[in-house]
Each structure stands twice: as structure tokens, then as C-alpha cells.
Design a protein around this ligand. Sequence first.
Ligand SMILES: NC(=O)c1ccc[n+]([C@@H]2O[C@H](COP(=O)([O-])OP(=O)(O)OC[C@H]3O[C@@H](n4cnc5c(N)ncnc54)[C@H](O)[C@@H]3O)[C@@H](O)[C@H]2O)c1
Length: 438
Amino acid sequence: MGTDRVNIKNPEGKLGVLIPGLGAVSTTFIAGTMMIRKGLSKPIGSLTQMGKIRTGSGDNIKEINIKDFVPLASLNDLEFGGWDIFEDSVYESALNAEVLSKNDLDRVKDELSKIKPWKAVFNRNYVKNLDGKWVKEAPAHWDLVQLLKDDIAKFKQEKNLNRMVMVWCASTEIYQEIIPGVHDTLENFEKALKENHPAIAPSMIYCYTALDLGIPYANGAPNLCNDIPAFWELADKKKVPMGGKDFKSGQTFMKTVLAPAFKARMLGMNGWFSTNILGNRDGEVLDDPESFKSKEVSKLSVLDQICQPELYPDLYGDFFHKVTINYYPPRGDNKEGWDNVDIFGWLGYPMQVKVNFLCRDSILAAPIVLDLAIFFDLAQRAGLYGNQEWLSFYWKSPMHPPKIEAEHDLFVQLMKLKNKLRVLKNEPVENYGNESYN
Ligand SMILES: NC(=O)c1ccc[n+]([C@@H]2O[C@H](COP(=O)([O-])OP(=O)(O)OC[C@H]3O[C@@H](n4cnc5c(N)ncnc54)[C@H](O)[C@@H]3O)[C@@H](O)[C@H]2O)c1
């Protein structure tokens, strides 16, 4: 962006949030947003709603709300629409998910019940453990794109929307690699869409639709989806922001806080064993080894970049990293994660760190969906497009160009995010030292 001044368009009118997948995370996000805008709760966990940013210099340094610093869409201006393979309304789906209590859900029952999913684009080859019937039928992928576009156009008109964003909150699809001739160029991808190629996943059909319509796209799951050259090309061509992958909500969030701390103190690590029990529908989907592979690759990616074993072979050169997820229905959405970290200190003497995180998966993920919807809309109004590296903060496995490493350290990610906001406001970036360090 160089020294060009940035002009951010004002967030006028309503913002439609389009969501493939009306399950635990997205219904918790929608219900929570509705409760918050009624004044029934606070947006805890949301950087856009509760975060502050340091601005000014010298005697004029102050900490102000991020939402007063940059022009963000108001929660009151959000409208929600989405697709699912089950016909349940958002109210029914939220009840099934058992994240929020019936008591809480009933406070926004009327609004929630009105949101009914549109029929999904689905292919069981990509999510083996689910079998819903609320699914679109069409001769080819290309026709499915047109059907999705019809849903979106209708939603836009009915709700009188000014802008939209799409956040993928549907199940994790099987692990895929980029296939030359299908995913490598936009031309090949569009040809493959028309030829109904089996290597095109449903998530790619949603993503293509969004980007082609100029709607920003954020991928909350670890599957390949938008991380293919064809979509980098499409996002550039249509000048639309996109990003992913995989919300950084629980165990990986802790990992990207702890690992930089060990590294900062030059403590060695020779093993990190992570395991989880999880009983919601996400856990059921991840019980299929092919869907788990997508998650595993995403969860494993973080430590190498943080530890830089090639630069610190004595500390991290011989390192074993293992991640497992076990489907255990009694726990529902209340995941329990255990981490055992084998570290070593002075003279190589070993120590262990144990983390037992009794988290609530969707309670951690819901504010991430909100922030992504709000920041992707900001990005578009600020004229940003392509991969939004400054939003790496939200991802387990941030998308990055082939020759540039992803940044995983949570606090570096936060610094980059806030500095990007400063750039958007034409203010100098911060190095987080006080004046005497400058
Ligand atoms: N909860 C977290 O902390 C967290 C963190 C990182 C990533 N994620 C990812 O977010 C996604 C949602 O998680 P969740 O806990 O809400 O799962 P969930 O199973 O409760 O919800 C997913 C929903 O997507 C629907 N679905 C599946 N395929 C679809 C398709 N092709 N089109 C439309 N709908 C489809 C399912 O029917 C289900 O209702 C998962 O991919 C999960 O891996 C969640």
C-alpha cells in the first residue's frame, strides 16, 4: 500500500453474514449477537467489540476502542443467512447443539426461529460421517453455483442489504492436496466446475460463488477450500478479500501463547503431546480419519514456525509433536484438552508443563466468527483484497503465499493486526516500546 492514503468507506446500511453450516459455532455466534444487541449480555471474547488500541504520540497517547478507531459495522446492522444439510431452524439447531441454555435461547427465540437454512451444496465423499437430506440437486457444480447465487440475491433483496461477507462454519471436509489442472488456475477451475470434476469440494463451490460475486470469504475449517491458486487469482481479479484457515480457538490458541514464551527464554523443547475429548457433531465428523487429517495438518503446523529448529537446533532440533482428537459423546461441546510439554533448561535438565484446558469450543469460536465478519467487511471497504495476512491472529493455519512463512505467535499476530488498523487510519505503526525505546 506504500505511502498512499487509505480511504475507508463508511459502513452504511446492513451487512449480511452468509454462513455455510448452521451448527454449534454459527448458531452460538448468531444467538449471542442477538442477545448482546438486546443488552442481555456483553461481547466477551470479541476484539472488535471490546478491544482497545493505543493511538497518538507523546503526551497525547491514549487507548481507545478499536470500534471507535476504525469505522466498523454495528451489531445492529447484521443480518444472518445460511445453508445446512439439515432443515432445522437456527433456534432448533442451537438447542440440539446444547452450547447455550434453553433459557438463554428462548430470550431470542422468535428471531432465531425465523432463520431457516437454505438447502446445502453437499457431497458425502467430503464429509463421511454426516448424511443430511436438505441438499441441492443439480446436473453439475456450475449449476450449483447459480443456485447459491439465487439464494444470495434473494437474501440481499429481502433484507435490503448493502454488503455481505461469507464465513464457512460447516463441517471439516476430508484432506485434499492441490490438483494441477483443477485447482491451479482460475481457467482450469471454471472448466472443472462445468465438467463436474470430483476434486471440487462443496466448500470450494460456496467459496467460488462468494468471490465471484465480490463477497469476502473466510474459511473457519481446516480443509483446503480457498487455499488454492485458482482462488488467489479470483480474489485478485475481483478485488475481494479472503482468508483462512481454521478458527484458532482452544488448544492451538494456548500453544501459540506458550511456545513463544519458552522460546523467548531459550528453553528447549523435545516433545509436545496434545490430546482432546470432544462430543459434538464436529467431534463426530473428525472421527473420520480423512476429515481428521485436515485438522491434524492444521494443528501440527504451528510449532515449526514459532520454534525455528533450523536456527536453534540445540533447543528444537529433535522435537516430537503429536495431536489426537477423540470423539467422546458425553462431553458434547465441552471439549477437554490435555497438553504435555517436555521442555529442558540449564544444562539440559528436563521439566514438564501440563495444561488441562476444560474449554467450551463454540463459546471460544463464536466471537471469532463475529470479528472475522466485521473485519472482512472493513477490509473490503478499505479497498484491501486477496489474502488478509493481518488477520492471521484468528487462524490455526493462516494462509500465506508459497514463499512466505505464516506467522503463528499470537502476540506478533495481534501486533500486526493492530498495526494494520493504524495503517488503514493513516497513522504511524507502533513498535510497542514506549518513547524511550523508539
Ligand atoms: N468450535 C471450535 O472451536 C472450532 C475451532 C476451529 C474450527 N472449527 C470448525 O468450525 C466448523 C464448525 O464447527 P461446529 O462445532 O459448529 O460443527 P457442527 O458440526 O456443529 O456444525 C457444522 C454444520 O455444518 C453442516 N454442514 C456440513 N456440510 C455442509 C455443507 N456442505 N453445507 C452446509 N452445511 C454443511 C452440518 O450439518 C452442521 O450443522 C467445523 O469445521 C470445525 O472444525 C471449530
